[in-house]
Design a protein around this ligand. Structure first.
Ligand SMILES: Nc1ncnc2c1ncn2[C@@H]1O[C@H](COP(=O)(O)OP(=O)(O)OP(=O)(O)O)[C@@H](O)[C@H]1O
Ligand SMILES: [Mg+2]
Length: 280
């Protein structure tokens, strides 16, 4: 295995007198999915934003493909920004309601002064399971799942290597969310993407992630292979998180985790009312 694509060391974030991230270190290998779980306010999004330098750490370092992004100049940072993107939880808020899909998808190309023609947009839409008929339409004309697909298409526009997925399906219905998760898996394989996946759902983390990092009050309390952390959590906090996910306990006890995976792979099954397999 080569050097990790993303390495963060001892990240600290303070807002005034309050420290919300207390020395978080992590690495993400190329092609890997690192999950981040923890209760609301534990600092998951803040860590993710610091990795992309959307928020300045108070101290610590972030290296992306060997480059120290916290000391990169504006020119260099701009070039790096093309290689790292973020997809947010709320597909409604993330899209400008006054822009047509054509403009939404063309925007990243314009910002980075890259050529973009109709063929580029068609390819992007096709990759996320939509077609050209979306181009002249506005975000309100789409369902939540379709809107999230448009967000993903926009994030992929400049062919990034690293995507932060900040609770990308939390706002969606279970069956629609399962389809989006499968899309993200397919895209990861096709484009050799590296993911940081933030979620409140342990079953989803177990399904999608290679490794997981558990955060509590701005600190990492446990980290390891996603399957082993989910099945054999070592820390009381992780055990409590899992216990608080009834469908996971149920899924494990009933040995339906493999079924859940099958359902996710053919998400129509999930849409057929098999709510035992609910992913939360
Ligand atoms: N701009 C800000 N100013 C002050 N405090 C902030 C700011 N952004 C985040 N915080 C605080 O930092 C802490 C961590 O927030 P963060 O959004 O990273 O949590 P999270 O784990 O992503 O939570 P959630 O699961 O609800 O998304 C919270 O206490 C939050 O109130
Ligand atoms: Mg968050």
């Amino acid at each position: 295995m080569g050097a990790p694509l993303v390495i963060a060391e001892d990240l600290v974030k303070q807002y005034g007198a309050q420290t919300v991230v207390h020395g978080v270190s992590l690495y993400i290998q190329r092609g890997e999915t690192l999950g981040v779980v923890g209760e609301s306010g534990s600092g998951k999004s803040t860590v993710a934003r610091m990795l992309l330098r959307l928020c300045e750490p108070t101290s610590g370092s972030v290296h992306f493909d060997g480059t120290d992004i916290l000391h990169a100049n504006a020119h260099h940072l701009r070039a790096l920004r093309k290689r790292m993107q973020i997809v947010f939880q709320d597909p409604y808020a993330a899209l400008n309601p006054r822009m047509r899909v054509r403009q939404i998808l063309a925007e990243p190309f314009a910002i980075h002064k890259q050529p973009c023609d109709r063929a580029h947009l068609s390819v992007l839409l096709k990759e996320v399971g939509l077609d050209d008929s979306a181009l002249p339409r506005f975000p309100h004309e789409f369902s939540g799942g379709q809107r999230q697909r448009i967000n993903i298409a926009r994030a992929l526009a400049l062919r990034p290597e690293f995507l932060v997925l900040d609770e990308p399906v939390s706002a969606l219905d279970v069956s629609v969310g399962a389809q989006v998760i499968n899309l993200l898996r397919d895209l990861q394989r096709t484009h050799s993407l590296t993911y940081l996946f933030i979620s409140h759902s342990m079953p989803l983390v177990r399904y999608l992630c290679d490794r997981v990092m558990v955060m509590q009050q701005g600190r990492v309390v446990e980290t390891g292979e996603a399957v082993s952390v989910c099945d054999h959590p070592q820390q009381p906090y992780t055990q409590a998180l899992i216990a608080a996910t009834p469908e996971f306990t149920h899924a494990k006890n009933a040995k339906i985790v493999p079924d859940m995976q099958r359902s996710l792979l053919g998400a129509c099954d999930l849409g057929g009312g098999q709510h035992d397999h609910e992913l939360g």
